[in-house]
Design a protein around this ligand. Structure first.
Ligand code: UD1
Ligand code: F6R
Length: 384
């Protein structure tokens, strides 16, 4: 069942151009630029009226919530909070009847998430599921929801479920804003982006051999930093989780804006650093972060936009001052760089994460570990 692949994880990574299309099938109309989610159609207007949306999940599923939070805020103007299910349960925070809670889970059986769901049902909140496993506990116990239709995920490290959860949450945000004329052009831009994303993801998979080669240089490392900001903070956290759970390297995802508040002390010429530096509205700040790292002899590996400005070699300039800064700090060094196609800012994480999934996979394999069966972990965590 692994086909031509040695492991389910790699097979599932390579399935993504197809699985994300299955997630959108029958739901996104690319001609009329509309989104229709059968499972939510009777509830959309009630969700729009909620005074708050609380997204609740664990692990990778939690990261898919973080990855789309900005877009929910932008398109719905409803306050959004994102909660790790166990921490939410530890706190037992106030919750109201006019709150909507969205539970995101691949298996639909994660104990912490199910217990959080019970807590929210008891308080009368509207409970919505985003689930892969049809007929699972969360799918049955939520009032309504959306199946992500990614197909069975066998590898313990979640990959294709993440990209399908991400797309499902984007579709929900789009549906919630469908009544708002002021967001029309933004919605169109995102739907057009969704129409191209599968082919772009396929292109990213073409980097597999190069990622494998670069991973070879890192197998002896014990720790690793992954830096991202804005939309790419979730990518950094999810990439770090992938790497640590299967290669056992202590990988930490760090918000680039937090560098100066502590993590910068870890930066030297030795520690592997992956910086997510694809172009978006925060690019000036990203350049600034690169400066902070390279000034401490850090040697980042970049995930960057194709045809984007040359980050560190400083040859190509798009707009004067910012580029000059990067140029000054890095005159003679050239850094490893993976180039990904450019998409809409809120979808870029779908492409960037694939680099880190593949990285994690090869780090595990080169260290002699089976990525499908990381030690101490189970596919569905059915106890607290
Ligand atoms: C549904 C069918 C699909 C069919 C399509 C045709 C199922 C599982 N899906 O897809 O096979 O091709 O209609 O129109 O039969 N739900 C929850 N909680 C969750 C997830 C889903 O309550 O976490 C509910 C939904 O509100 C909905 C039902 O389960 O009532 C099915 O959800 P979903 O598969 O997403 O609906 P469709 O995409 O319409
Ligand atoms: C990591 C991973 C876990 C799960 C988490 C939640 O690769 O798979 O972090 O994401 O255990 O599981 P679900 O989504 O089934 O609720």
């Amino acid at each position: 069942r692994k086909g031509n692949f040695d492991h389910f994880m790699l097979k599932e990574i390579f399935e993504q151009p197809e699985s994300i299309v299955n997630t959108m099938r029958g739901r996104v109309n690319f001609e009329n630029r509309t989104v229709k989610l059968g499972g939510l159609s009777n509830y959309i207007s009630a969700i729009r009226r909620s005074r708050r949306i609380v997204m609740i999940a664990c692990g990778t599923s939690y990261h898919s919530c973080l990855a789309t939070r900005d877009l929910f805020e932008e398109l719905t103007d409803i306050p959004i909070s994102v909660e790790i299910a166990s921490y939410f349960l530890d706190r037992r925070p106030p919750l109201f009847r006019d709150d909507t809670c969205i539970f995101v889970s691949q298996s639909g059986e994660t104990a912490d998430t199910i217990l959080a769901l019970k807590y929210c049902i008891e308080r009368g909140a509207m409970c919505v599921g985003v689930v892969n496993a049809v007929g699972s506990g969360i799918s049955r116990q939520t009032l309504c929801g959306v199946h992500i239709n990614a197909g069975p995920e066998i590898g313990v490290a979640s990959t294709k479920a993440y990209t399908s959860q991400y797309i499902t949450l984007v579709m929900i945000a789009l549906s919630l804003s469908e009544d708002r004329l002021s967001k029309q052009s933004r919605r169109n831009e995102i739907i057009d982006g969704l129409g191209k994303i599968s082919a772009q993801l396929q292109e990213v998979l073409g980097l597999n051999d190069r990622i494998q080669a670069v991973s070879e240089t890192l197998v002896d490392k014990l720790k690793m930093l992954i830096l991202g900001r804005g939309y790419q903070y979730a990518t950094a956290l999810e990439g770090a989780l992938k790497i640590k759970e299967i290669s056992y390297i202590l990988a930490e995802g760090i918000l680039t804006g937090e560098l100066k508040h502590g993590p910068l002390a870890l930066v030297d010429a030795d520690i592997p650093i992956i910086m997510i530096a694809t172009k978006d509205k925060l690019f000036d700040k990203i350049i600034n972060g690169i400066g902070q790292v390279t000034a401490r002899s850090g040697k980042p590996i970049f995930i960057a936009s194709q045809n984007g400005p040359t980050l560190v070699e400083g040859k190509k300039k798009e707009n004067g001052s910012v580029e000059t800064k990067a140029e000054l700090q890095s005159a003679e060094t050239s850094y490893v760089r993976f180039e990904v196609p450019e998409t809409v800012d809120c979808l870029q994480g779908l492409l960037n994460i694939v680099i880190l999934q593949i990285f994690g996979y090869w780090l595990a394999v080169k260290k002699g570990y089976n990525p499908d069966h990381p030690r101490n972990l189970a596919k569905a965590v059915t106890t607290e």
